[in-house]
Design a binder for this molecule. Structure first.
Ligand code: PAF
Length: 287
């Protein structure tokens, strides 16, 4: 596996790559969820294609007071994981390799990013869109793989690609979970033992709402209430940021009425355990 640290080296790698490129952008601190994304890229690429991973903690997507400084940096372990999962190339640049000090252009998504996590993390998705657009320009992938745990991010990336005509096919991969259901996240390592013990309540609350949905409860409000109640009952350390039942395509709140939808409904949530903010979601299938 090749490791590249400069834009110049990446451009050369890309110029020499005649095969299709399958891309997994990450911020490092990789875990089994990322390994699944890289393995999926490898599967899509087959023997012929090239699998590229980026490892870059993007300062633009962290707000003031968020965890940019303490965000885990584990490059050697990350490279080992990428090798084992089948990556051909890792791009791991320093911040000044990616951003000019006097940069003055950013990308703003002005609809999907205003709700859910975007409402409590203003500017976060501008940072994500800007870095993903830059990485797409640099790596020039044919296809890219993102996780569905970051459901809103995935919807916004699809919109970015559509609205700005990036010739990149986007794949969304199911969330990889710990044995007790907690969605894998680089931030799980911040949880203390008590918080870690209660964090799977998020998943259990979403599964309970899914069961209620299957039993015929189609009212968004009552499903959201059920999730909040279950978390409050079983995870007193959790401080809920939001629980929201939305259209999976537009991310706008849904009501109980039947209508033409492009995507299934999703219940998305974010909750703090101490300073650690965790997110999760569940799709409510129409069948
Ligand atoms: O999901 C992430 O890890 C990041 O938001 C991404 C897409 C790599 C952009 O920095």
């Amino acid at each position: 596996m090749t490791v590249l640290e400069t834009v110049a080296a990446l451009r050369e790698w890309r110029r020499e790559s005649t095969a299709k490129v399958f891309f997994v952008p990450t911020m490092g601190a990789l875990h089994e969820g990322h390994a699944a994304l890289v393995r999926e890229a490898r599967r899509l690429a087959g023997m012929e294609g090239r699998v590229a991973v980026s490892i870059f903690v993007n300062p633009l997507q962290f707000g003031p007071g968020e965890d940019l400084e303490r965000y885990p940096r584990t490059l050697q372990a990350d490279l080992a994981l990428c090798t084992a999962a089948g990556a051909d190339m890792v791009f791991a640049p320093a911040v000044n390799e990616v951003y000019f000090d006097d940069r003055s252009i950013k990308i703003t998504e002005s609809s999907l990013s205003r709700v859910l996590c975007g409402a409590s993390r203003p500017g976060h998705f501008d940072g994500v869109c800007t870095v993903v657009a830059k990485l797409f320009n640099l790596v020039q992938p044919d296809e890219a793989v993102f996780g569905k745990k970051d459901y809103q991010q995935l919807a916004i990336i699809r919109r970015l690609v559509r609205d700005l005509d990036f010739p990149v096919a986007i794949h969304g991969m199911e969330t990889v979970r710990e044995a007790d259901g907690l969605a894998m996240s680089s931030r799980n390592r911040y949880l203390n033992p008590d918080e870690r013990a209660q964090a799977p309540a998020l998943r259990r609350a979403l599964l309970k709402a899914l069961a209620e949905w299957r039993d015929g409860d189609s009212e968004a409000f009552s499903l959201e209430e059920s999730v909040r109640d279950e978390i409050a009952r079983t995870a007193p350390l959790a401080r809920i940021d939001y629980v929201s039942c939305v259209d999976g395509g537009t991310l706008q709140p849904v009501d109980g009425s039947a209508g033409q939808r492009l995507a299934p409904r999703v219940i998305a949530l974010a909750a703090f355990f101490g300073k650690t903010r965790l997110i999760d979601n569940i799709e409510l299938p129409d069948d």
